[in-house]
Design a protein around this ligand. Structure first.
Ligand SMILES: Cc1ncc(C[n+]2csc(CCOP(=O)(O)OP(=O)(O)O)c2C)c(N)n1
Ligand code: SF4
Length: 253
């Protein structure tokens, strides 16, 4: 047991992609000062990260991790504030918070455990469920097209936009590290297989391809985000003053 793992019972299903994300986050922060990091979560399977990791954390409400993170960052700008959120949490319930945080370029990091369903409440479809998804609220299959999170975040103003794949732990840890170090709103979509409700391992193992970016070209990054071969890496990065730079330091304007 490492010093970033709390001694407690883990209730994730065996084989859940969240285990990899947990390991990647620990790896990304292993060399950073623990006391300078805060993890804020939503509610769902992803949110149990707060139960299992031995750093300062705040268990939020469903869809409300981001406003809590914004408040913590405004209160103490020395902290690195990271959100672990679900696709249901931030692409459905709290989507307006996500869009506005990207627009403001808040200097926080949002990691979305994207398993394409509301997993803890037993398989309702979310904004990223594929068309035809059969779940407890769409027994005949969803008739809606999913959103593309990378496109949404680039269009909303996020200045660091990346995608990782949970089992590629080292690659994901590197992305999370870069996201935390980025000055501005950093967004990481993690493709997270949910073995119980939507097991995507086989499909993703065939399609996921490492891509070495980043680009500062929005159109190119959005094009990549639609590729069938599912590129993972940093898609888009731009340097500009963060919300906190402007809020707390008049000279930055
Ligand atoms: C305001 C509110 N609405 C609904 C719920 C019920 N609820 C708890 S967890 C959850 C699903 C979470 O899904 P997601 O954010 O995708 O996370 P996952 O469980 O898939 O990791 C829901 C709907 C709640 N707790 N609060
Ligand atoms: S229901 Fe899915 S997301 Fe939740 S712990 Fe089980 S495998 Fe993981």
């Amino acid at each position: 047991m490492d010093n970033l793992t709390l001694k407690t019972t883990n209730t994730w299903c065996p084989g859940c992609g969240n285990f990899f994300i947990f390991n990647a986050l620990k790896k990304a922060i292993a060399k950073k000062k623990k006391e300078n990091i805060v993890l804020v979560t939503g509610i769902g399977c992803h949110a149990k990260m707060a139960d299992y990791i031995n750093i300062n954390s705040f268990y939020g409400l469903h869809g409300r991790a981001i406003p809590v993170a914004q408040g913590i960052k405004a209160g103490n700008n020395n902290l690195s504030v990271i959100c672990s959120s679900g696709d249901g949490d931030s692409f459905n319930e709290g989507i307006s918070h996500l869009i506005h945080a990207a627009k403001r370029n808040n200097n926080i990091t949002v990691i979305i455990h994207d398993n394409h369903n509301f997993a803890l409440t037993v398989k309702q479809f979310t904004s990223t469920s594929p068309k035809g998804f059969k779940g407890s609220s769409t027994p005949y299959g969803s008739i809606e097209d999913p959103i593309n999170p990378i496109e949404l975040m680039i269009a909303s103003g996020a200045t660091f936009v990346a995608r990782g794949y949970a089992p590629k732990v080292d690659h994901l840890a590197d992305i999370i590290d870069k996201a935390i170090e980025h000055n501005g709103f950093s967004f990481v979509q993690v493709l997270q297989p949910c073995v119980t409700w939507f097991n995507t391992y086989q499909d993703y193992n065939k399609r996921v391809t490492e891509y070495y970016g980043p680009s500062n070209d929005k159109s190119k990054a959005i094009e990549l985000a639609y590729e069938e071969k599912l590129p993972i890496g940093v898609f888009y990065k731009k340097n500009k003053p963060s919300f906190e730079d402007l809020l707390l330091d008049k000279n930055a304007k």
